[in-house]
Design a protein around this ligand. Structure first.
Ligand SMILES: Cc1cc2nc3c(=O)[nH]c(=O)nc-3n(C[C@H](O)[C@H](O)[C@H](O)COP(=O)(O)OP(=O)(O)OC[C@H]3O[C@@H](n4cnc5c(N)ncnc54)[C@H](O)[C@@H]3O)c2cc1C
Length: 533
């Protein structure tokens, strides 16, 4: 007998990288899946990260060899399964006289990292002389510089796209992806199901959904979702916040990412060429309270600027140079004592039986390891969900934007006379092989081939594509988490106005909708400029 519309084998709470990855894996195995996300997909931690797909050189200091090996294996898989989104990233580790990590330690770390990445396709590490280091980072401080290590990791410029493509793939395999649905309560039973009380935030309507198995993948909100369910349960998550800032490239700014030891506290942090800008971060500070309210402190911005000025003195960075900044909360396992850096980045799955049979919570995890985390979670819960023998296919199945070779798609785009070179590059980098579908829309209507943002070269067709084919609901979703115009230096303000014109003419949006959309957009981006205006 078929199940009622709102009854599922598996309900996933949270549309970040972990929730989207779990929904995709389970849907591809044939489970009837529903994903519930209180905002848009990738609204939280997964986009406020350093955007690296990395083994985590730093974790070697804490002897987390298993985690590093797992991360390096996943890095290799993602380079093949999502080559349009995950790209090799050269990394420079400058070595200064008197630093905590000297030449010997860094050399040993490099050898171990290399050993753990056996079978990798990326080039191996090299130890560099000072002139070789300066060639890669021309403005680097040479006083006290003894050389550098050079190795490869990977970067996902837009984790937003990684999440969206996982969700698009899950939806194609039959999953119901319900963004703007907040889970308000969880109730065991009746029978072998869990009832979730939800609010549909678009229509401001309450509804109930039932799942044989429920996976709580709400990231830093895991404990909030569990609120009131199990009073004996101590908090599972002990979040630490991390901030990044984004600046323009400066004269002599590094051509490769730099992994730098901060002078003030010895913590390593990154200066990363990203989106034709520089991404600098991160901090690591314990925080409690509602993750919605977490923002950067002035001290964090000053710490990152001061430390970067120390290594690149010619940059003379001040707060005026910051285009925007962002802060996320790592959903780490609760460890009230000890240094933040020492808390494991490994993931755990908590089974809430017998208080609530069928309910599981995901704790921790990295962007890098989401696919493997999803595989482990679905392996563990599928029998309870009624699909004991289904097998995982995500280790060999490309994401939707990698289903066709990028060279072939690039050749096809070259035939689209309505697109500029900039637009072609942008479409390929953002959509991979799905760029062809956006180009078809653009070719069908000259207005849709128009660029809406001079920085990213995004085009009007992407607005329609995101709303019709990529699970977006409003322009903030489209600009900030689909076509990525919102991460331009002006936070997409110019692009927004043009996108609104497109929505009015192509989709018939009226003045009331336009003003609601503008208010929503400004609200989202204002947080990224706090302390700066
Ligand atoms: C500063 C920083 C830097 C990082 N850098 C890296 C890096 O470079 N590489 C790397 O591999 N990892 C990195 N990480 C770790 C990685 O980003 C996170 O571990 C990962 O993104 C967590 O994903 P998630 O899906 O569990 O959580 P999230 O992305 O936070 O997703 C959880 C979702 O649940 C939703 N939700 C919450 N409550 C409810 C509810 N009641 N109903 C419905 N939905 C709800 C939220 O809105 C949210 O969208 C970094 C993390 C931080 C904070």
């Amino acid at each position: 007998m078929s199940k009622p519309r709102d009854e599922f084998d598996l309900v996933v709470i949270g549309g970040g990288i972990n929730g989207a990855g779990i929904a995709r894996d389970a849907a591809l195995r044939g489970l009837r899946v529903c994903l519930l996300e209180q905002h848009d997909l990738c609204h939280a931690t997964s986009r406020w990260s350093s955007r690296l797909i990395h083994g985590g050189l730093r974790y070697l200091e804490y002897a987390e060899l298993g985690l590093v090996r797992e991360s390096l294996r996943e890095r290799e898989l993602l380079l093949h399964l999502a080559p349009h989104l995950v790209k090799p990233l050269p990394m420079l580790v400058p070595i200064y006289r008197g630093a905590r990590r000297g030449r010997f330690l860094i050399g040993a770390g490099m050898r171990l990292y290399e050993l753990l990445s056996i079978g990798k396709s990326l080039p191996g590490y090299r130890m560099l002389t000072v002139p070789d280091a300066v060639e890669r980072a021309p403005a680097i401080e040479t006083n006290g510089l003894r050389g550098a290590a050079h190795y490869y990791d990977a970067q996902v410029t837009f984790p937003e796209r990684l999440v969206v493509e996982n969700a698009v793939s899950a939806a194609a395999a039959g999953a119901a992806i319900r963004s703007y649905h907040r889970v308000e309560s969880l109730r065991p039973g009746p029978g072998q199901a869990i009832t979730l009380g939800c609010t549909n935030r678009i229509h401001d309507r309450a509804l109930e959904i039932r799942g044989r198995v429920v996976v709580n993948a709400a990231g830093p909100w895991v404990d909030h979702v569990l609120d009131g369910l199990d009073r004996e349960l101590p908090g599972l998550i002990g979040g630490t916040k991390g901030s990044h800032l984004v600046i323009r490239e400066f004269t002599g700014s590094p051509k490769t990412a730099c992994y730098i030891e901060a002078e003030s506290d010895g913590r390593p942090y990154f200066v990363i060429p990203w989106n034709r800008l520089l991404l600098i971060g991160t901090t690591d500070i314990r925080c409690s309270g509602n993750p919605d309210d977490v923002t950067a402190d002035p001290d964090e911005l000053d710490y990152l600027l001061t430390e970067t000025n120390r290594v690149f003195p010619m940059a003379q960075l001040g707060r005026d140079d910051v285009l925007y900044h962002y802060t996320g909360v790592r959903p780490l396992p609760r460890r009230p004592k000890g240094s933040e850096g020492a808390i494991t980045r490994r993931h755990l799955l908590r089974d809430h039986s017998p208080q609530c049979p069928g309910l599981f919570s995901v704790i921790g995890g990295k962007l890098t390891t989401f696919r493997n985390l999803a595989e482990e979670v679905v392996d563990q819960v599928q029998a309870l969900a009624g699909h004991a023998n289904a097998t995982c296919s995500t280790d060999s199945m490309p994401l939707p934007g990698a289903e066709q070779s990028l060279d072939e798609v690039a050749a096809e785009l070259n035939h689209c006379s309505s697109l500029s070179n900039g637009a072609r590059e942008h479409l390929l980098a953002v959509y991979g092989s799905r760029a062809g579908q956006v180009a078809v829309l653009a070719e069908s209507h000259p207005d849709l081939a128009r660029e809406i943002d001079p920085w990213s070269h995004a085009i009007a067709a992407e607005i329609v594509f995101a709303l019709e084919h990529e699970l977006a609901t409003c322009l903030a979703d489209v600009l900030l988490r689909r076509c990525m115009v919102g991460l331009s230096p002006d936070l997409g303000r110019q692009g927004f106005e043009r996108a609104l014109e497109v929505a009015a003419s192509e989709l018939g949006w009226d003045a009331a909708r336009a003003s609601a959309e503008r208010a929503e957009y400004n609200n989202e981006i204002s947080k990224l400029r706090e302390l700066l205006d």
